[in-house]
Design a protein around this ligand. Sequence first.
Ligand code: URP
Ligand code: ZN
Ligand code: ZN
Length: 480
Amino acid sequence: MAKTLIKNGTVVTSTGRSLADVLIDGETIAAVLAPGSSLLGFDVAGNVDTVIDAQGKYVIPGGVDAHTHMSLPFGGTSASDNFETGTRAAAWGGTTTIIDFAVQTYGQKVFDGLATWHGMAEGQCAIDYAFHQIIGDVNDDSLAAMRKLPDEGISSFKLFMAYPGVFYSDDAQILKAMQVSADTGLMTMMHAENGPAIDVLAAQLAEAGKTDPYYHGIARAWQMEEEATHRAIMLADLTNAPLYVVHVSAKQAVQQLAWARDNGQNVFGETCPQYLYLSLEEQLGASSEEWGTFEGAKWVCSTPLRSKEEGHQHAMWQSLRTNDIQMVSTDHCPFCMKGQKDLGLGDFRKIPNGIGSVEHRMDLLYQGVVDGQISLERWVEITATTPARMFGLYGKKGVIQPGADADIVIYDPNGHTSIGYGEGKTHHMNMDHSAWEGFEVDGHVDTVISRGKVVVDDNQDLGAKGDGKFVKRGLSQYLI
Ligand code: URP
Ligand code: ZN
Ligand code: ZN
């Protein structure tokens, strides 16, 4: 099998950094060695097929993005990245594993939904992928099917307290699903927003002529997120289910998570780059020649962007430091402005919800290191190691150690990345705009290795669809 040596780099893991060489044998990491060392008298550098010099660069585990929605049907259209385009974009940005969401729609059998997602992804992905299961219809049949998900390598399911009439579960359904979660160890993932109340507020705003994208965020007030987060926590406490709250954006929701964790509950949370960097104020001020104030549709997502003035962004960074929030995923769910987001011209309720970020998570979070928000090790932890541990991939993914998959990123702290859609920018997602236009990052993804194969190097895409394989997951490492 082909052997590669990454030499002279600084290997960064969640627990520390050191100058070390990394030997790859085929698809696997064979050894992490003192720089320039021989292995039992064997000259390593002289006996490999390829040597990559990582002098002055960080050698980190490939990113694990635990929340993506390739091709998700939503709001009368489907997310514009499919598994091919979305995983290529992910690779460009140093992410080597995604966990996407298979969907059981209302009235459908869980395993039929899962089969559809396998069909969409198989042979298409440039990097490895796994699935969570969305349960869009909690009933006796789906509850029974959920018990078999671990056999399929699926160890988590998502419920929605939002989106009535689409994915929504009421409290009785949530309670029953959480009982299965407690019995089986499946992680309950929760979209925690009070959907029925939000729909009333949204209708009242629309009737009052407040139809701009900005009002999406006004209708989805932080109280709706705090209330739903609290309710989910109480139902999880009652049933003893592990709970992972997705796309947390309100500081009050974080306080709920911290309170539950302090009480000893197995409650976890993720936030997303958009809640760390973007705000409702910017969305209010957004306007362009082409779209006027509908420009703000680029940032319509749920949970919504929140007011910077109210301190939500600050709370998200702080909670990443204090571990009240354990990790960062993208909730990558891109839609083009033309033909997709514009379905909501004149009525924000019809704008498909979602932002595309799968390509930029590692860079945007590295900027957090540069800005003094998080440490280098914490960067690796929240983008790779914890996602792998949280969702049963650790050992193979999220770590640089012998026996792990050779998913490795060589990151240049002296490089630069100009994020955006336009000429000379880094955008590879299948979108006609970027929600991150103009963001500048003081670092650069130089080389990306996925199970031993170099898939991105020196601004060249060397991957191919079909390189990525489905990965079966075990139960979360955070549970006993
Ligand atoms: O706006 C979002 N988040 N769209 C994707 C669906 C979801 O709720 O995660
Ligand atoms: Zn959601
Ligand atoms: Zn999502």
